[in-house]
Structures are given as C-alpha cells and as structure tokens.
Design a protein around this ligand. Structure first.
Ligand code: PEP
Ligand code: MG
Length: 551
C-alpha cells in the first residue's frame, strides 16, 4: 500500500485506476516519404476517423445540446471531405513527397487564412472551423486522443498540474477524481472538480510518480490522501466512508425543489458557477436557481483564435435559453494572470496577477470587448442575462464599461437587431480598491458579486495559485470579512443586491456571517447547491452575528 498526502480540495471518495495525463506532442515537421500511396491511405483513414467522431458529436448534440451545434459539426464533417481542401492536401503529398501531417497542416493554414481575409463576417468566422477540422484530422494522423485520456474505463486523473485550457478539453465522462502534484484549492482543476462534484487532491508533490500509472487507487478528498493498492483494513475503512457519502447524497436529494429560505423566512438566491455551456446540465441536475457566475473565458481558452461574435452569441444564447428565464450572470473575459491565451500575444509580465488582465484587456482593446458585448446583448433576448465586469478597481472603469455597453446597444438598435435594454450590469468586487470605493461604484451598477478568491489574494498579498502558502491564504481572515461587510453595506445603501461567487460562498461555516451581513445571493459550484440549501434551511437569520469579523 502506498499513501500519498496532498491537500483535499474537493470532497468525496473515488476509486479507480490511476491515469497520468498525456500531454500530446502535436508539433508537425515536414518529412520526405517514399511511398506516396501509403501516405494517401493514412490520410483517408484519418479522414474516416474524423467523420466518424463528428457523426457521434452530431448525434450527441441532437440529444442534448440543440440543433445549432449539431449543424456546426455536420458542416465540419462536410469540410473533412471538401474537394478543394482534399485536392490541396493530396497534391502537396504528391508534388513534395511529404508526409500527410505536413500537407494537412499547410492546407489548414492556407484555407483558414483565405476565409479570415474575406469581407463577410460569417465567412471570416469559418476560419476557426477550418482550424478545428484541421486539428481533428491531425490528431487522428498523430494518434493523439483529444481530452488526453486514452482509456476505456473512467479513471483517477493524475497530472503535474493542469492548465485552464487543458481542463476544458478533458473528456469529463472519463474522470472519477483528480490528483495533481502542484496546484492549490483555487486552481482550475480544483474548481472543475467541485463543479463536477468529484473528489480532488492537489499539492501531492514528487511522491506522485508516473510509474503508478494504471494502479488501483482511492482518493479521499477530505483527508487529501491518495491510496494506491490499499491493504484490507484501509480498504474496509474507505468502503465504509464511501457508503456514508452515498447515504448523505441520498438524503440531500430530498432538498431538490425546496426553497432557499431560513427557518425565520429570510430568502437567499442560491445560484451556480459554471465554466462552459456543458455545465448547465449539472446546474439543472442540482436544482440551482440561476447562474451567478458564468466564466466566459472558456470560449477564449479553448479556441486557437479569437472567438467570433456568432460563436459567442451561440454559447450565451444556449445557456440563457436552457435556464429558461432564470438569471444568468455572464462575466466578461477574465484572462491574463494564470489564464494565458497565446493568440492574445500578451507581453510577458513580471507580476501577471497585477498586470494586464480581465477588464484591463477589454478597456485597452475595445474591439475584443465590443465583440463580446454584441454577442451578450444579442443573446439577452433569449433569457435573463446579466453582464458582470471583473477586476474593477475604479469608478472610471465602470463608466467606460457602461459607455461600451451603450454604444453596442446603439449599434444593435440601428441594425434592427433585438436586445434587452434592461440587461442588468454588475461588477465583481475582488480588489481592495473596489471595497474602498464601493459606495461610489454601487451608484453605477445593478449588483455586486464578491470574488473571494481574488479578494483574498489581493487583500492578503498572497498568491492564490501557490501551494506553499497554505495558512497564509486565509479567506476567513477578519480583514477579508470586514471587506465583504463594507461592500454589503455599500450595496444595500444604494439599494442593489450583493452576492458571493468566490469559493467562500460554498463554505457552510460562513453562512451565519453572510446572513448577518445580509448577503442576498450565493453562487456555488453545482455540486454544492444541495448541501448549502440544507444549511440555509436549518439557519435562523435573526440570531446570526458578525463574531467572525473579530481578530
Ligand atoms: C474570484 O476571484 O473569487 C472569482 C470568482 O473569479 P475567478 O476565480 O474566476 O478569478
Ligand atoms: Mg476573480
């Protein structure tokens, strides 16, 4: 038996084979081939595999993601066999005696550049589709499995650490739990695990070795232990804990359909945090009453070029309609710091967390902001969308955001495109500066949402990603709690609602303090909805006090 101690960042017990994340090498080099015909056969096999994968995606979309996505994949399948595209590849193989990978990559670059240069914005947007199709054929030629998990059975995924773009591409149906050498409770792997409601451990360090790949393992997200080949006694204890966990889950099921109200009648809005339209299924399955934070950066992180207005519109529309009139707070682009995107061509920064991230990118590059705002306003008529701006520090930033929104609304009006002019606008309170000017900010917006992950980082001057800062990164620190109280008072003075969308929102031990502050909304990972609801329904708001604010 091997026991590896890390930090539990998402509760629960999972059992399965340990699987080390494969980081595929997809670099393509030009090679000279002698057997041209064999190269063409390789190409045909990769095309057939791509079409088969796309057909499966079409079927899957028809079942659960809607016709529009299905049509998109149908178009991709058609493009795999497009006469001009295939002709370009085969002539290159024949004329230059080159490998199929090189020819496909060249064709992809050529065709996507051609579409990107077209005048029509619809045709321009197709450049991204061509890149996607090219990547799929290349993966099939290189034997690379998208999602990094080449296993027929679900696994416990092990990795050094996972980048945000890597977590987005994972085939989630194959993952029972996560264990990473690095990372922290705020890493994207941890957030993803909590969204999926599966256990996760981070900071396992060097003890987590690749040669454990394939071994029967358990992870305990509560104790933070990874146990490989447990002995009989440990196995019995793990099984007992697993049974209890299942029993708790069964009990929590009874919370579905119940109101989020305390014993003395104080109602709370209990919403969910999501990272992609796929997560809406988990929101519905857990009876979330809305979406309090939709991290829109998934669109940028999972693409190889700027997502077009239409692509963004489709993503926002699908979430808004699926939520059927329930509030969906969509946060505008929050990249930079730990979320890097190559095609943004950002300069390397000494202190990226204090650099050009989030709203600073949008205000510096108005075209990117405008595209996203147009997509958001166009989608606003399909449900109840609210727009939220991240990393705000100053009043002038909010005024500029509002000006950008007004200008987009004017454009849509002139173009006769419908939008909801009453779309709520809010800001994330996640910097100390926003706390100190909260009264002025509150007069400008419809709501505040507190990002406790960043507010802790910036208030305590403590890197949220570092796994060696442990006790120093303390979201219960009185400085932070007083900051939240100041924001809540400012919001209520201005008559707007205030929520918490950082990870602290799901911390049940904080509920009495939040109730005492009069917090109106909690936005938590879908898997946390039912436990938080159970806690709300056992609370008495009137007797809650602000004791925790004391040092
Ligand atoms: C936060 O900072 O608390 C937050 C919710 O946003 P993110 O974790 O995406 O920075
Ligand atoms: Mg944040």
């Amino acid at each position: 038996m091997i026991t590896i101690q890390g930090k539990g960042v998402s509760k629960g017990i999972a059992k399965g084979p340990l699987y080390f994340f494969q980081r595929p090498d997809t670099t393509v080099t030009q090679k000279t081939v002698t057997d041209i015909e064999a190269e063409k056969v390789r190409l045909a096999v990769a095309q057939a595999a791509s079409i088969e994968q796309l057909n499966i995606l079409v079927e899957k979309c028809q079942e659960d993601a809607g016709e529009e996505m299905a049509t998109l994949f149908e178009t991709h399948a058609m493009f795999v066999e497009d006469e001009d595209f295939v002709e370009y590849i085969t002539s290159l193989i024949e004329e230059e005696s080159c490998n199929a990978e090189y020819a496909v990559e060249q064709a992809g670059e050529q065709f996507s550049a051609m579409f990107a240069a077209m005048d029509d914005s619809y045709m321009q947007a197709r450049a991204a589709d061509i890149k996607d199709v090219t990547k799929r054929i290349l993966n099939n030629l290189l034997g690379v499995v998208d999602g990094g998990i080449n296993s027929d059975v679900p696994v416990i995924l092990a990795a050094d650490d996972l980048a945000p773009s890597e977590t987005l591409q994972l085939d989630k149906s194959k993952i029972l739990g996560f264990v990473t050498q690095g990372g922290s409770g705020n890493s994207h792997t941890a957030i993803l695990a909590r969204t999926m409601g599966i256990p996760a451990i981070c900071g396992a360090g060097e003890a987590l070795q690749e040669n454990y790949h394939g071994r029967a393992s358990y992870i305990d997200g509560e104790t933070g232990q990874l146990i490989i080949d447990p002995d009989a006694l440990t196995l019995a204890a793990l099984k007992e804990k697993f049974e209890k966990q299942q029993e708790t889950k069964r009990l929590l099921e009874t919370m579905k359909g119940k109101e989020d109200v305390t014993l003395d009648g104080k109602k709370l809005l209990l919403y969910c945090n999501i990272g992609s339209p796929e997560d809406v299924a988990a929101v519905q399955a857990n009876d979330g009453q809305g979406i309090g934070l939709f991290r829109s950066e998934f669109l940028y992180l999972s693409a190889s070029d700027y997502p077009s207005e239409d692509e963004q519109f489709e993503a926002y529309r699908s979430v808004a309609s699926a939520m059927n009139g329930k509030r969906v707070v969509i946060r505008t682009l929050d990249i930079g710091a730990d979320k890097q995107v190559d095609y943004f061509d950002m300069k390397k920064e000494e202190n990226p967390a204090l650099g050009v991230r989030a709203i600073r990118i949008c205000l510096n590059r108005p075209e990117i902001f405008r595209t996203q705002l147009r997509a958001l306003y166009r989608a606003s008529v399909y449900g109840k969308i609210a727009i939220m701006f991240p990393m705000i520090t100053s009043v002038w930033e909010v005024k500029e955001c509002k000006r950008a929104c007004q200008s987009v609304m004017n454009e849509l009006e002139a173009e006769g495109i419908p939008y909801d002019k009453d779309t709520e606008l809010g800001i994330m309170i996640e910097t100390p500066a926003s706390i100190f000017v909260a009264e002025e900010l509150a007069k400008l917006v419809d709501f505040f949402s507190i990002g406790t992950n960043d507010l802790t980082q910036y208030t305590l001057a403590c890197d949220r990603q570092a796994n060696n800062l442990g006790k120093f990164y303390d979201p219960h620190h009185p400085a932070l709690l007083r900051a939240i109280k100041m924001a809540a008072d400012a919001a209520h003075k201005a008559g707007i609602w205030i929520g918490i969308c950082g990870e602290l929102g799901a911390d049940i031990s904080m509920l009495p303090t939040f109730l005492a502050m009069g917090i109106d909304e909690l936005s938590v990972s879908p898997a946390a909805v039912l436990p938080v609801r159970a806690a709300i329904r056992q609370s008495i708001a009137k007797i809650c006090t602000l004791e925790m604010l004391e040092c």
